[in-house]
Design a protein around this ligand. Structure first.
Ligand SMILES: NC(=O)c1ccc[n+]([C@@H]2O[C@H](COP(=O)([O-])OP(=O)(O)OC[C@H]3O[C@@H](n4cnc5c(N)ncnc54)[C@H](OP(=O)(O)O)[C@@H]3O)[C@@H](O)[C@H]2O)c1
Length: 289
């Protein structure tokens, strides 16, 4: 398994261990083994020595590096489950060139994983999460909660009503593990949105509302954010902020019906609590065991 130390990877590891699997995980950092869990030191472009065959390969880290590794890997596995992102769809027409380049890389990598698997007679499934939360390790809602705590308030442009579907890490993990015994998912790409569609401002308001004390949501004229983003981009800081601001008014919604049908996917509604958007204490982010 690759990416096992990330928020999604940890949740997948926990589910696999709970179901009695032995997990072999690759990390760039030294990590402590646990019951059923062995860590190997290495990375996708410089992998450690791996066994000749495993039952399944999970990729919960960078998809492009995984696609490259998998294309050249001698490791036999009848099943491959890899995470990509709904950004492959949502950012296709972005005004930001870096975002369009990301989309191109994601789509190429998805195709490469499916093609490599097909040539080896393996079954691969690609999973595209929306905005991930739940483990206090994400760079979106946890970042918002952290800044809001620091400032005692959180500013948003007025009219940030684009719909979002934040998805909990455990729901993603359940879908990933379900792929192992759902043959209908072979060779397919699934969007994995959260179980509720809500306006961006409501999503942020719920994050603030679960903190104690709850920081205030400050809705300000959008022009102020546009000026700040333009100044930031001239100064070479806050890259991509203009594209992010532009999307706050757009609906980014994805159909979960195929995943419900083929994977038994039943994502939860968005009911964050403080622990879900609070970084674990230093040293408290221990390896899953
Ligand atoms: N977080 C989100 O909001 C979000 C949204 C949509 C899609 N996704 C996708 O969902 C998957 C999981 O997301 P995540 O946020 O849990 O992952 P993540 O934190 O971005 O990455 C997971 C782990 O990947 C490992 N990694 C990074 N570069 C590597 C390399 N070159 N070789 C080997 N391992 C490497 C790192 O582990 P070590 O440090 O232990 O090596 C890292 O902890 C990713 O594919 C991500 O793109 C995430």
């Amino acid at each position: 398994m690759f990416g096992a130390s990330g928020p999604v990877g940890r949740a997948v590891v926990e589910r696999l261990l709970g179901a009695g699997w032995q997990v072999l995980a690759v990390s760039r950092q030294p990590r402590e083994a646990g019951a059923g869990l062995t860590w190997l030191r290495g990375e996708l472009d410089a992998p450690p020595v791996l066994p000749e065959a495993v039952d399944a390969i999970f990729s919960c880290g960078p998809l492009d590096a995984f696609a490259r590794w998998y294309a050249g890997a001698g490791l036999q596995a009848p099943r491959v489950v890899a995470f990509g992102s709904t950004s492959a769809q949502a950012k296709r027409d972005s005004a930001d060139a870096a975002e369009r380049a990301l989309v191109a890389r994601l789509l190429l990598a998805e195709r490469a994983v499916l093609d490599t698997a097909a040539t080896r007679g393996a079954a691969a499934t690609l999973l595209r999460p929306t905005l991930v939360y739940g483990a206090g390790r994400d760079a979106s809602l946890t970042r918002i909660a952290t800044l809001a705590r620091r400032w005692g308030r959180f500013p948003l442009p007025r009219g940030a009503t684009g719909l979002r579907q934040p998805v909990h890490v455990d729901d993603l993990a359940a879908a990933a593990v379900a792929c192992l015994d759902r043959p209908a998912s072979a060779g397919k790409v699934y969007a994995l949105p959260g179980g509720e569609r809500l306006a961006y401002r409501e999503m942020v308001a719920r994050v603030l509302g679960c903190l104690d004390p709850a920081p205030r949501l400050l809705e300000l004229p959008p022009v102020l954010f546009r000026i700040a983003a333009r100044l930031g981009s001239i100064m070479g800081r806050g890259r991509g902020l203009e594209a992010v601001l532009g999307r706050m008014h757009s609906d980014l919604v994805f159909d979960d019906a195929p995943a419900r049908r083929d994977l038994g996917y039943t994502p939860r509604a968005f009911r964050p609590d403080a622990a879900m958007v609070t970084p674990p204490p230093a040293g408290g982010g221990s390896d899953p065991d």
